[in-house]
Design a protein around this ligand. Structure first.
Ligand code: R5P
Length: 291
């Protein structure tokens, strides 16, 4: 088995190859003056089992096209098994048609990946596990929550683990089980046109004088987390820790979290992060274990 480091890996390819003691080949890459991507696998691959690591953080479309180009090139080289590891799977939130006529983006992407020649797919904490079934091959989910829990357990004892929307409840449950504490969720509603979020049926949470750990899969604009921080702060929570797997931090999202009262933001390295702002959890070992 060899590791092929794509054009967007945030160093995870290097760490995984070193953890597994596997050869790492780096994709040669440039962008033409008109913006088109060029990729080249710089050596003839004779191995039968190749693992391509490519995250799909912004610019998502570019990183996606580069992944398709690499996978089809490997296919043309007659590699038997092409495993694609995607630390951050973009487009995963468009996993159903919220309005008639919308594209089912994740289905198209996973279909194209399979058609390009990928035989296996491994994704770090996808938005919904079921959506990976659009990939008609071997599927693996990489779980980063045990690694996030290591940091959380150093900060707080028996916190309430809270999912800021119902979709994150299973994540809250997994984290709470590792921390041997309780968990619950609040329900959010998003305006499909403006993207604004608001809390639905505000429940009474048992947070008075207690630390709270919020956990979600993605922080994008920060709107979901800000609503949740405001809710628990209003109900008397002590410190509020914000954790998520994939941190996009669009615009002033990070600042909004801090201004709302987040004690610390704990996030993985599936997307590059600024270490002066957030605490970064490395997912490389989780990837290596899954492989
Ligand atoms: C949505 O269902 C996701 O799980 C996240 O809650 C969402 O993507 C967060 O987005 P934002 O930070 O913009 O509220």
């Amino acid at each position: 088995m060899i590791i092929l480091g794509g054009t967007a890996t945030n160093g995870i390819d290097e760490k995984v190859s070193s953890l597994l003691n596997l050869k790492l080949v780096k994709i040669e890459h440039k962008v033409f003056p008109d913006g088109e991507s060029y990729v080249r696998i710089p050596e003839q691959i004779t191995d039968k089992d190749v693992v391509v690591i490519q995250s799909l953080y912004p610019p998502q479309d570019k990183h996606l096209i580069e992944l398709f180009l690499v996978v089809e090139t490997l296919s043309d080289m007659k590699v038997d098994k092409i495993t694609v590891v995607i630390p951050y799977l973009a487009y995963s939130r468009q996993n159903r048609r919220f309005k008639e006529g919308e594209a089912l983006s994740i289905k198209t992407i996973l279909n194209l990946l399979r058609k390009s020649g990928a035989s296996s797919l491994a994704v770090v904490e996808p938005h919904h596990y079921e959506e990976l079934e659009y990939f008609d091959g071997d599927i693996k989910v990489i779980d980063p929550i045990p690694y996030i829990s290591k940091v959380v357990s150093q900060r707080t004892e028996k916190p309430l683990v809270l999912a800021p929307d119902k979709g994150a409840l299973n994540r809250a449950k997994r984290l709470a089980e590792i921390l041997s504490t309780d968990y619950t969720f609040i329900e959010k509603e998003r305006d499909l046109n403006t993207g604004e979020v608001r809390i639905k049926n505000l429940p009474e949470l048992k947070v008075k004088g207690r630390d709270v750990v919020l956990i979600d899969d993605i922080i994008s604009t920060g709107g979901t987390m800000v609503q949740a921080i405001n809710t628990v702060k209003k109900q008397g929570a002590r410190k509020v820790y914000v954790t998520a797997v994939h941190g996009l931090f669009i615009g002033d999202a990070y600042l909004r979290l801090i201004e709302a009262g987040a004690e610390e933001v704990i996030i993985t390295n599936t997307i590059p992060q600024d270490p002066s702002k957030v605490t970064i959890v490395d997912v490389s070992e989780a990837v290596a274990r899954t492989l």
